[in-house]
Design a protein around this ligand. Structure first.
Ligand code: GLU
Length: 466
């Protein structure tokens, strides 16, 4: 492979994409784009019990929704495929055999019972449990005939040192690791081995991932070296925490991209909020929306933070409001489920969008103008008040006389209604608002009659005085 930068996102399809993993995908995507390199999607599905194709599809959909397209992946074949680990088992077994032939790995026949006893006795003696290398020295004699052996890696007795782009120079002591399993007795590669073979064969130059993987890295580096491959650059990003300061997890439903999308957040808002988790654009970036291409332009591993970041829902809302304010009206109409080519819808969106923090809010704000009038329970209650009918009647009379119902005309109309009925405050405004929109809340009342238009104003209010 050339010196071109190649990054990868390697999700296990065992759940929906959550904010923490989406951020890992984003940072890998940004770095690849920043360097004019390639971004690879690899599906780590060797855990057949927990992996499912449905999660794989959902993760891919969420990545696409976020705008994080990959150059190579299960559905975008490249030279380094296949891109699902379940389809790469032959590579793992041939590299394991190569290590065995070069005496860097060996079969181990130790039974589960023996390993459990060993672990218990080590714990009792107060030493860290690790394999005692019996089969390294004794060979197959220690085994049970007929059983399939595991393959263990001969851990070299030297410290592992590397420079992490986030954490700086790190050293892991020699002997911290026992001879670990690289191929299980079922023939399936262990996680650390599969990752190394894949990262090497896929020409990955930079591994950017959560620092929950930091403890795997020394084992992976030892494997790269034993296989004669170059070691990629590592950047372990501190985890994303929820407001309860616990790491966000796949089981944390509210933190999934799918849930946010469903709740009416726009991808550019989600991108901006996760981009700021552990990375600061030059100049801070403030709360302004930055486009993906611009984020990629300024992305720099050196600006990644060493401390964990807390996902802030309030900040996401700020970004989402900004995204709704900036989005095309026709896009918003279609997201809210309204026809995109209707002038009324466009006008309503233009008038209400500033009040919407999510697409769900937007839907609620558009509906009273476009859909049939329906009353909420509070609105019905308000319209049942003793003064409501008189206020509405006066409003209708004044509206009929007025040349226009726009914001400026409304001021004159409401003044006249106030004088005619002697009502003020909520008792004056609420019946009109509820009669016009069926709701006690919404955009400024002064804007509502003009937006609805004369016919709807007269029809709707007319129903309450008949
Ligand atoms: N499959 C791993 C995960 O979902 C990622 C492995 C890696 O990035 O090295 O956590």
């Amino acid at each position: 492979m050339s010196a071109q930068v190649r990054t990868r996102f390697a999700p296990s399809p065992t759940g929906y994409l959550h904010l923490g993993n989406a951020r890992t995908a984003l940072f890998n995507w940004l770095y690849a784009r920043h360097c004019n390199g390639s971004f690879i999607l690899r599906i780590e599905d060797t855990d057949t019990l927990r992996s499912s194709p449905a999660f794989e599809t959902a993760i891919m959909e969420d990545l696409r929704w976020l705008g994080l397209e990959w150059d190579e992946g299960p559905d975008a074949p490249g030279q380094a495929g296949p891109y699902r680990q379940s389809e790469r088992l032959r590579f793992y077994s041939s590299y394991a055999q190569w290590l065995v032939r070069h005496e860097a790995a060996y079969p181990c026949w130790c039974t589960k019972e023996r390993l459990a006893e060993l672990k218990a006795s080590q714990i009792k003696a107060g030493v860290a449990p690790r394999y005692d290398n019996r089969c390294r020295e004794a060979g197959p004699q220690g085994g049970v005939s007929g059983a399939m052996p595991v393959i263990r890696f001969k851990t070299p007795h030297r410290p592992v040192r590397f420079i992490d782009e986030v954490h700086g120079a790190l050293t892991f002591e020699a002997g911290a690791y026992g001879d670990f399993v690289i191929i299980g007795s079922d023939g399936v590669a262990a996680y650390n081995f599969a990752v190394v073979v894949d990262d090497a064969l896929m020409g990955i130059t930079h591994v950017i991932r959560g620092d929950d993987h930091l403890s795997n890295t020394p084992r992976q580096i030892m494997l790269f070296q034993a296989l004669g491959f170059g070691v990629p650059v590592y950047a372990h990003v501190p985890l994303v925490l929820g407001t309860d300061k616990a790491p966000l997890s796949k089981r944390d439903d509210a933190a999934s991209i799918f849930t946010l999308r469903d709740a009416g957040y726009l991808p550019e808002a989600v991108i901006n909020s996760i981009a700021r988790l552990g990375w600061t654009p030059v100049g801070g970036g403030g709360d302004g929306l930055i486009e993906l291409a611009a984020l990629a332009g300024s992305f720099d591993l050196k600006r990644l933070s060493r401390s964990a970041s807390v996902f802030d829902m309030a900040r996401l809302k700020v970004f989402n409001k900004a995204a709704i304010a900036a989005a095309d009206v026709s896009r918003l109409a279609s997201l809210a489920g309204y026809p995109t080519d209707v002038v009324d819808v466009a006008e309503v969106i233009a008038a209400v969008r500033a009040n919407a923090a999510t697409v769900a809010d937007l839907k609620g704000l558009i509906s009273p103008f476009i859909d049939e009038l329906t009353l909420t329970a509070e609105a019905a209650e308000c319209l049942a008040q003793s003064q409501a009918k008189a206020v509405i009647k006066a409003f209708l009379d004044e509206a009929a006389k007025a040349a226009s119902l726009d914001e400026a005309a409304y001021e004159g109309i409401i003044k006249a209604v106030k004088i005619a009925t002697g009502e003020k405050g909520r008792r004056l405004f609420m019946p009109i608002r509820c009669g016009l929109t069926g709701m006690t809340e919404g955009i400024e009342l002064a804007k509502i009659p003009g937006l609805l238009g004369r016919k709807k104003v007269m029809d709707r209010l007319g129903r309450f005085v008949g």
